[in-house]
Design a protein around this ligand. Structure first.
Ligand SMILES: NC(=O)c1ccc[n+]([C@@H]2O[C@H](COP(=O)([O-])OP(=O)(O)OC[C@H]3O[C@@H](n4cnc5c(N)ncnc54)[C@H](OP(=O)(O)O)[C@@H]3O)[C@@H](O)[C@H]2O)c1
Length: 376
């Protein structure tokens, strides 16, 4: 029986993780659940899954204890290092995930990682820790999960990673149309149903730049050997080219429960009849297009910044988190997401060999910087 701590259990990935747990209750047990504001849903989950411990960020412990009489409130730090937890599922959104990812690895736990921001901002730090820990990172995000599946058994014979991107809500728009788009339009992802931040990051393609950064750190592949192609059908989740020119692709309907299941049950593959199967004839055409840099300026900016290292990626991620929040609350336009991040980063004073506190403070600095630029 594998004991799970699910951080972000009330979000899109968290809820889908619990639906996988329901299918495999003979192998997976929920030890801990953590969320922030969705108190009602967290309470329902506690009643159904009866975790030993829980954490509710928006309720202090004395209030949190009213959520359940059988489960014990605790901090996220206590949860990820709890002796009954074998695997931490990190499905929180944003830079807040880094501390738990690091603590889980230091405690020798495996981390089923959806929270890509942890690796974007702390890739170097996390890679160093993994060298001396018993814990591993099992990528849940569909693209790195696909790369991981393609690389299994291949022993470092990789020549190139090809990461696919749907192109998000505005793939067929002209750049000049992007100043008028609304949050509602940006939240209509053509192929995936996800939380708000990643859906906006998909429309700007910031999300794809984050996946390139994630793949660079998780698989140790040089930046220049990672390519991104637009693949509107989202059936091929990514590809790996090997030194002999052969290419492996991981294919399946766009459903996060599939990569979540792969990570939770790794190394086993077990049938799950609630998941749709890939139907080649029904799917018809699988197409690929070059990425239109003009339509997605965030993509280039993000990679240019990430390659600088130090606290630059943390500042990038923090700036993006705040810019997305401001767009969703209608305080900036969609096309200002790029310009405000670019402007904010111009005054970043980086730390070149940062520890976790330097990283989180760079992210917070960038959030405040973007906020004050929006108020001018
Ligand atoms: N959604 C997808 O299909 C998908 C696919 C690949 C990767 N990802 C990645 O997975 C992560 C989660 O995405 P999502 O779409 O599931 O986001 P989401 O729907 O917005 O859910 C975020 C979750 O994190 C919780 N949370 C936020 N801050 C917290 C804090 N300080 N302490 C405890 N819990 C906190 C939220 O709790 P409350 O709701 O209670 O406030 C919620 O449960 C992101 O990093 C995203 O990039 C998502």
């Amino acid at each position: 029986m594998r004991g799970l701590a699910i951080l972000g259990s009330t979000g899109s990935v968290g809820v889908q993780t619990l639906s996988v747990v329901r299918e495999f209750h003979d192998r997976l047990k929920v030890v801990g659940l953590a969320a922030k504001r969705s108190v009602g849903l967290l309470k329902e989950q506690i009643i159904e899954f009866r975790p030993k411990i829980f954490h509710c960020e928006s309720l202090p412990n004395y209030d949190g204890s009213k959520l359940s009489s059988s489960s014990i409130p605790c901090s996220m730090d206590e949860m990820v290092s709890h002796p009954d937890v074998d695997m931490v599922v990190s499905a929180v959104v944003g830079d807040v995930g880094l501390r738990s990812t690091i603590l889980a690895i230091q405690s020798g736990k495996n981390v089923a990682l959806a929270n890509k921001e942890s690796i974007v901002i702390g890739g170097q730090l996390v890679s160093e820790l993994l060298k001396t820990s018993d814990g591993e990172i099992l990528p849940v995000d569909s693209e790195p999960n696909a790369i991981w599946q393609c690389m299994r058994g291949e022993d470092k014979k990789v020549s190139k990673l090809i990461i696919t991107a749907s192109g998000g809500a505005f793939r067929n728009y002209k750049k000049s149309d992007l100043s008028d788009v609304t949050p509602e339009e940006a939240l209509k992802h053509p192929t995936w149903n996800m939380g708000p931040k990643i859906t906006i990051d998909s429309a700007t393609l910031m999300n794809k730049a984050f996946e390139v950064i994630e793949a660079h750190w998780l698989f140790g592949v040089p930046w220049e050997n990672i390519e991104v192609v637009i693949h509107p059908q989202s059936m091929i989740h990514s590809m790996v080219e090997f030194v002999d020119g052969s290419v492996k692709a991981q294919i399946g309907p766009p459903d996060m429960r599939a990569p979540i299941q792969y990570s939770l049950l790794y190394p086993d593959r077990i049938a799950n009849n609630s998941l749709d199967r890939f139907d080649p004839v029904g799917t018809g055409c699988l197409s690929f297009e070059e990425l239109n840099q003009d339509l997605y300026p965030c993509f280039d900016l993000a990679l240019k910044i990430a390659k600088l290292g130090g606290t630059w990626p943390a500042a990038l991620s923090g700036a993006d988190e705040m810019a997305v929040e401001l767009f969703l609350s209608r305080r900036i336009r969609f096309d200002e997401i790029y310009s405000i991040i670019d402007e904010a980063l111009k005054s970043h004073d980086p730390v070149l060999d940062p520890d976790i506190e330097d990283i989180l403070s760079a992210s917070n600095w960038a959030k405040n910087q973007v906020k004050s630029l929006a108020e001018v």
